[in-house]
Design a protein around this ligand. Structure first.
Ligand code: SAT
Ligand code: MN
Length: 618
């Protein structure tokens, strides 16, 4: 069974895991830990074991500190509510830096500062920053401990919230440390501080953080420094910082892909299985698609991952994907029994942390969109909330953090370090107009063009204005750890070197198109299985499509709409490619490409020219 049970880095290990770890025989790691402790001056240094007992000690400490509220164990066993500081609620992209040696390597889409300059600033901030706190050393591995090349990291943090959340999101603890020692392995050093030292006698606050924030990647050194925030992707450094920003640089150098993609397994009524990866910007329904409950008879979906895919070519020439994570860090608002029943079943098993949702009077959590609206609750801001307060009870970017093995539809292959061969890649964004429900690319380069020009209306997952159309290439805009133009070239090069018949087919979807009244044209959620079905049938040569200037779009008959309450006009409107709308899109794409000046791959310019020609603009 796919190495199931051989991975001793799980969360289920017995009491022997709770023995204190005093340090490491890995000389480089010990030296780094000593150096950080000397700089940050914590009261004590604790090597994290990853045991259940340690989880209990830390969650008890967080409850005592007022950071956590324990939920009613009958409703959510071993689960906690946390409310962040109201200023520390999302990734801070304007404070996120790629500090490559050469500015050109960060490209036009990243903030850059010279590494030495950044280090000087941050050493100043780190000096004494853990005074009065405990410094935790968290060995972790992204992906499998028994992978051919395990991808190690060590996060140093002064936040118990981070230690606890890291145990959910990644395989952590002493079994990982022992493997690092045995292999004398390289690891990504990831330094995190809240930037909130405590002077003697100074009282702590429930969510310590600092107004000054830096989320910094040093790509050449494969190193991460984070300061000032305790929230999600700013602080759980295995996730976006390592598994996307640093890993994308490793992937460029080594010939693979680190992508912001879910992975799912689709089984047809004929018991054919297909593995699919899909990229959407944050808060565009990626988690819902990953755990889709199909509405069409005979089709099933199983989940492998909801956020990150690492993809390498196998010896058979196919592209294999693994999910490097160990949990889900999903957007809570909008999640319910209809939109994502499997996420509800996952979190209801407990062992979860909920951040910035509302707390009900009977010790449960609630958020906008969830069933059973309470008559009264405590909002994420700690204020009294009622349905007519006129305010959100949960922050729009509030999150559940929950173990992946609790997902009732987790595919067995999740446990396979080799990953799964990907048949199709879906890109998509949130667009109220212009972009049809689904488009099939002509080939890999055209698919790369679709990904490179992916556009979406902004959401609450990052700080900034909500609802503006921005280009978000491969949904990786905030996560590409190097020059985005070089990243596009990397995609093209991988396709060039591969056997074209074995490459995944690339599709582009938009669940969010609206009619003239502003209503969604497509019902979405479980009905999205109909779009996956069309894509599979395309690959099998069974489904019809019309050729349009932007690619192949289903004929209305080819899309299975049996049982849907949609008029033929609505189906047509969802699939329509309006040349006039697309003509308006062209200057936006040109403006986007202009940012890359001479570095844009010529193949992408050729694709754009082809599109213009087909629209009659050339
Ligand atoms: O906070 S995270 O970056 O981990 C979540 C997200 O933005 O998708
Ligand atoms: Mn994400």
């Amino acid at each position: 069974q796919h190495g199931h049970g051989q991975d001793h880095s799980g969360r289920d290990a017995g009491p022997e895991r709770d023995k204190p770890v005093g340090g490491t025989t890995h000389a480089g790691l010990q030296a780094w830990v000593d150096e950080v402790a000397a700089l940050t001056t914590p009261d004590e240094v604790v090597w994290v074991t990853g045991s259940q007992q340690e989880w209990t000690r830390l969650t008890d400490k967080l409850v005592a500190a007022g950071t956590f509220t324990r939920l009613d164990p009958e409703k959510k066993p071993n689960s906690f509510h946390a409310a962040s500081d109201p200023t520390d609620v999302a990734r801070v992209e304007d404070r996120t830096y790629i500090c490559s040696v050469d500015e050109r390597d960060a490209g036009p889409t990243n903030n850059w500062m010279a590494p030495e300059e950044m280090k000087e600033i941050m050493r100043g901030l780190y000096a004494g920053c853990m005074t009065g706190r405990t410094m935790y050393v968290v060995p972790f591995v992204m992906g499998h401990l028994n992978a051919e090349h395990p991808m190690f990291g060590v996060e140093i943090t002064d936040s118990e919230y981070v230690v606890v959340s890291m145990r959910v999101m990644a395989r952590t603890g002493v079994s990982v440390l022992r493997r690092i020692e045995e292999l004398d392995a390289d690891y990504v050093p990831a330094l995190h501080s809240l930037g909130a030292p405590l002077q003697p006698g100074q009282a702590d606050v429930p969510w310590p953080c600092n107004e000054t924030k830096y989320i910094v990647q040093f790509p050449e050194q494969r190193m991460i420094w984070s300061y000032g925030s305790g929230y999600g992707g700013n602080a759980l450094l295995g996730k976006k910082c390592y598994a996307l920003r640093i890993a994308s640089v490793m992937a460029r150098d080594e010939g693979w892909l680190a992508e912001h993609m879910l992975i799912l397994k689709l089984t047809s009524p004929e018991q054919q299985t297909y593995y699919v990866a899909a990229a959407f910007p944050s808060a565009c329904g990626k988690t819902n698609l990953a755990m889709l409950a199909p509405t069409i008879p005979g089709w099933t979906v199983e989940t492998l991952g909801d956020d990150i895919a690492w993809m390498r070519f196998g010896e058979d020439g196919r592209l294999y994907a693994v999910n490097p994570e160990f949990g889900f860090f999903g957007v809570a608002p909008g999640t319910n029994e209809h939109t994502n029943p499997n996420a509800m079943r996952t979190i209801n098993l407990g062992n979860s942390v909920f951040t910035n949702v509302a707390l009900t009077d009977d010790g449960d959590v609630w958020w906008e969109g969830l069933e059973n609206t309470p008559a009264h609750a405590t909002s994420w801001k700690g204020e009294d909330w009622t349905p007519d307060s006129g305010e959100l009870s949960a922050h729009a970017n509030s999150r559940y953090c929950t173990p992946i093995e609790q997902c009732p539809i987790l595919a067995d292959e999740y446990h396979d370090p080799q990953g799964v061969p990907i048949s199709a890649i879906f890109f998509g964004g949130r667009r109220r107009d212009t972009v049809p429900l689904v488009t099939e690319s002509r080939d890999w380069v055209h698919g790369t063009f679709m990904g490179a020009t992916l556009s979406s209306e902004t959401t609450a997952a990052a700080t900034g204005q909500v609802g503006v159309v921005r280009r978000d290439p491969m949904a990786m805009l905030p996560f590409i750890g190097y020059d985005a133009a070089d990243y596009f070239q990397h995609w093209i090069d991988l396709g060039k070197d591969a056997d074209a018949t074995k490459l995944p087919r690339i599709f582009y979807v938009n669940w969010f198109r609206r009619d003239d009244d502003g209503d969604f044209l497509w019902p979405g959620f479980g009905e999205n299985a109909r779009v996956l079905k069309w894509a599979i049938e395309r690959m099998e040569g069974k489904a019809a499509a019309v050729e349009t200037p932007i690619g192949h779009v289903p004929t209305p008959e080819a899309l299975d709409t049996t049982g849907l309450e949609m008029t033929p006009e609505q189906v047509e409107a969802a699939l329509a490619v309006d040349p006039e709308e697309w003509k308006q899109e062209i200057p936006q794409i040109e403006e986007w490409f202009a940012r890359f000046e001479g570095n844009l791959p010529t193949q992408l310019q050729v694709e754009l020219d082809g599109l213009k020609a087909r629209l009659g603009l050339l």
